[in-house]
Structures are given as structure tokens and as C-alpha cells.
Design a protein around this ligand. Structure first.
Ligand SMILES: O=C([O-])CC(=O)C(=O)O
Length: 167
């Protein structure tokens, strides 16, 4: 897929004076695991605490270039995304996944044609109890992310905006 080139640094330079809260930057701490390092799209937002049932359900639906943002509560005890989910998300046209929590199957994630950011890795998978809240605002990395916000991720960081910022 051809991508408009954007740079989160350039976006920050352009919007540094925006004190409205429309332009936010996630605090550092998210690492890149997917085969795509540079991705963007409108956010689908999910809160899922050590249960990835809804992550799996959403990645099985058409992504249409959107980015799945998962507030996993920062859990360092379970992995919310693994190789199968990443491949499925890529196949269904998701641009990326941002996980406030852990992922696993690092080699498979690296081979998947999708952007993945997460706090770390953990080899233990989550429960599958069907819990989780879809389409809710979350607060991760010190900022709010709301359904429909735009996400821009590259090697320098992750920007959240209430509107599209690329040309
Ligand atoms: O099944 C899970 O919970 C996560 C996983 O390992 C995968 O996506 O391959």
C-alpha cells in the first residue's frame, strides 16, 4: 500500500503551539514489533485487560486502513497480540495495532505486514473470556485516545490527533 510520507517530528514542529488538546503525543515506551514501522490511520479503541477475545474479534473484521488501539492496562503479565492475530489483522487490512501492554511471537510479528507498537513482550497468552470494551475513550501514554482519533506512528514516536494531519 502506498503511504503518504509523514514524520511525527514534522507533525510536532507544525503543531507545537496547539494547546487545545487536539494534538497529543504518547509518552515514550512503545517499541516497534511489526513488519511495518511507519503507519497511520483512524483509531478503533478497545479496553482489554488480560483478555484478548475482542482484539481477536476486531482483527477478524475488515480494517480498512484503521489502527487498533488497545488499552491493556499496561499489563506485564500477559500478551494481548501474537503471531496469528497479527497475520489476521494484516490480511484484513488493518494498518497497525498499538498495545498498551505486551505482545508475543516476536519473530512472527516482525514478518507480518502490519505496524505493531507495544510496551514489551511476554510469552504468556491472555484469557479468552469475551471481556473488553469496544469504542471507549482510553488514557494511555499520558494522553487520551478516542475512537476516530488519527494515529501516526514512526520511529520517533506516536502522535494522536482529533483530525487527519497528512496531505
Ligand atoms: O492466541 C493468542 O492469545 C495470541 C497468540 O498467540 C496469537 O495471536 O498467535
Amino acid at each position: 500500500m502506498s503511504q503518504p510520507r509523514f514524520s511525527t517530528c514534522d507533525l510536532c514542529d507544525t503543531h507545537e503551539g496547539d494547546v487545545s488538546g487536539a494534538f497529543r503525543v504518547l509518552a515514550p515506551g512503545y517499541h516497534s514489533y511489526g513488519g511495518v514501522r511507519h503507519f497511520f490511520g483512524p483509531a478503533v479503541v478497545l479496553r482489554a485487560l488480560e483478555d484478548n477475545s475482542k482484539v481477536r474479534d476486531l482483527l477478524a473484521t475488515p480494517g480498512g486502513g484503521r489502527v487498533l488501539v488497545v488499552d491493556g492496562g499496561g499489563s506485564m503479565r500477559r500478551a494481548l497480540v501474537g503471531g496469528n492475530l497479527a497475520v489476521n489483522g494484516a490480511k484484513n487490512g488493518w494498518a497497525g495495532i498499538v498495545v498498551h501492554g505486551c505482545v508475543r511471537d516476536v519473530a512472527e510479528l516482525r514478518a507480518a505486514d502490519i505496524g505493531i507498537r507495544a510496551l514489551g513482550t511476554h510469552p504468556m497468552r491472555t484469557a479468552k473470556l469475551g471481556t473488553g470494551e469496544v469504542d471507549v475513550p482510553v488514557q494511555i501514554g499520558g494522553v487520551f485516545v478516542r475512537p476516530g482519533d488519527w494515529v501516526y506512528a514512526d520511529d520517533d514516536g506516536i502522535v494522536i490527533s482529533d483530525r487527519a494531519l497528512h496531505a
